[in-house]
Design a protein around this ligand. Structure first.
Ligand SMILES: [Zn+2]
Length: 168
């Protein structure tokens, strides 16, 4: 990645504060690199944001006063849908190309694994009916396309105000 001189645009990698777990999870669903820790201090968030060059997502005015905070999205709304749209707008996030490529639990990019490797580690019905599986190299969680993914896709369309695609 190249840094262009002049006005620096905020990083599209993010770190959400401890209150924004749901927002962080949905950003991960959309494929956006979003760190989130349930038990962490404001100071830790600032340190990580500086070290990894990340934009802080918060509803806490406390962060606005910190001189060490360079990139921040201050969320106006408590509503998840409005929060998502604000973050996407302000950071210019691409939320279409990389959906379902990131672990929802730990933010790591998923890697495809051969079907044989997940035998006995997913429900029998799933193993029999699915051909493609991904695994998180970070926490080991296994993912596959299924009804939960369809439900999440529908929820994304609602959250982002998209029209559901009609099947031909
Ligand atoms: Zn993971």
């Amino acid at each position: 990645m190249q840094d262009s001189p002049g006005k620096e645009s905020p990083p599209t990698q993010m770190i959400a504060d401890a209150m924004l777990g749901e927002l962080a999870r949905w950003l991960r669903v959309l494929g956006c690199d979003t760190l989130y820790y349930r038990d962490t201090s404001d100071r830790d968030i600032v340190v990580r944001a500086l070290r990894d060059h990340r934009t802080i997502l918060t509803r806490d005015t406390h962060f606005l006063k910190m001189k060490t905070v360079h990139h921040l999205v201050f969320l106006q709304s408590e509503d998840l849908s409005e929060q998502l749209r604000q973050v996407i707008d302000e950071l210019g996030l691409d939320v279409n190309t990389n959906r379902f490529t990131r672990c929802l639990e730990c933010n790591t990019l998923l890697a495809e694994v051969p079907k044989a490797e997940v035998e006995g580690r997913v429900p029998v019905y799933v193993y029999q009916h699915k051909e493609r599986f991904s695994q998180c190299p970070g926490c080991g969680r296994i993912y596959w396309a299924g009804t939960h993914m369809d439900r999440m896709s529908q929820k994304i369309q609602i959250l982002l105000g998209e029209k559901p695609e009609l099947n031909p």
